[in-house]
Design a protein around this ligand. Structure first.
Ligand SMILES: C[S@@+](CC[C@H](N)C(=O)[O-])C[C@H]1O[C@@H](n2cnc3c(N)ncnc32)[C@H](O)[C@@H]1O
Length: 310
């Protein structure tokens, strides 16, 4: 059994990367993080005459993610040692590789297994965005790429029922199976869903909205990113309207949300396209007199609210 005491994180990472070339899992023993609570990674802790470099469970979980592994429940070996096992993720188990068109994100796809509101990193950033636009005061809300409606569901959860029922929700997606589920989930009478191509919003005659939400959709290869974004601001938003744009900075593989956007032509996470697109939208909103904020981690949220100039 491999035991780490005073080896550096560089040593552990290199060992892990090499070992995973030969095996689908890794097991090693390390100082029990509970013993050094409050220390920073790399601080020395001496136990029974042996010096260990401290690492928290958060650091160990991050290491597993960086190695594209899931971390199993640690085993307590002795009072001050735990055994950590990482298991390789099945990287082919992902919706990203699907060639399907309208149903790439449909109810029969692997995407349908994802419940983003159950991922704390997504949930907290989306919640913050909803609160910062004062979602309860936004009467007409449009969501592009609504899928089965998770983004409306959180709005329903956080608002008092009466306030929620005062909202008028419109969701659009080209996946017929996803929209069928959305219609079943939101049958209280204040939501309407269209199976429709976002490239052709004009034919729906939607009018203007107080809030537009679009998460993980604008950068789709099926959409004209810049012209669509400009038309949303100019033609679909009320004068005091707000926007919440969610840009994925992660990939969903083997049951995990793995930090880092995958870019074409790079074997690792590369953020140039992500940052360029976010910066374009932020600049655009600022020129149109919005206050624009960026928050989040695995999903970057750009939130735009109108600056009141009296
Ligand atoms: C990555 S998913 C994001 C779904 C949801 N917003 C979320 O974050 O879970 C993108 C969604 O946009 C929809 N979509 C992509 N291109 C579209 C288009 N041209 N017209 C309508 N819907 C589209 C897909 O069907 C899918 O539901």
């Amino acid at each position: 059994m491999k035991t780490f005491t005073s080896e550096t994180m560089h040593d552990i990472l290199s060992w892990g990367q090499t070992a995973l070339q030969e095996s689908d899992n890794l097991t090693f023993e390390i100082l029990n993080p509970d013993i050094g609570r409050g220390h920073y990674a790399g601080e020395t802790i001496t136990v029974a005459g042996t010096s260990y470099l401290y690492r928290s469970y958060k650091a160990l979980s991050d290491l597993g993610e960086l190695l594209f592994c899931r971390m199993l429940t640690p085993k307590v070996i002795s009072e001050h040692i735990v055994q950590i096992t990482y298991e390789k993720l099945d990287l082919s188990d992902s919706f990203h590789a699907s060639e399907a068109k309208e149903e790439k994100y449909g109810t029969a796809s692997r995407f349908a297994a994802i419940h983003k509101n159950e991922e704390p990193a997504f949930l907290s950033a989306y919640l913050r965005a909803l609160r910062s636009v004062k979602v309860g005061e936004k009467k007409r809300i449009l969501n592009l790429g609504i899928n089965t409606g998770d983004e409306f569901d959180l709005i329903r959860q956080i608002l008092p029922h009466e306030e929620y029922m005062n909202l008028s929700l419109v969701g659009i997606d080209h996946s017929p199976s996803a929209i069928t589920v959305a219609r079943e989930r939101f049958d209280e009478g204040n939501a309407i869903f269209y199976v429709h191509d976002i490239n052709d919003l004009a034919s729906l005659d939607l009018g203007r909205f107080d809030l537009i939400i679009t998460i993980g959709t604008l950068q789709s290869s099926t959409l004209e990113f810049k012209s669509l974004f400009a038309s949303l601001v100019q033609e679909y938003l009320n004068k005091e309207g707000a926007m919440i744009l969610g840009f994925p900075n992660c990939r969903w593989m083997g049951g995990e949300m793995i930090y880092g956007a995958k870019a074409p032509n790079y074997p690792y996470s590369e953020m140039s396209i992500l940052i360029k697109d976010i910066y374009y939208c932020k600049k655009y909103l600022q020129q149109k007199k919005f206050r624009a904020t960026l928050t989040g981690k695995d999903y970057i949220f750009l939130t735009g609210t109108k600056i009141n100039i009296s």
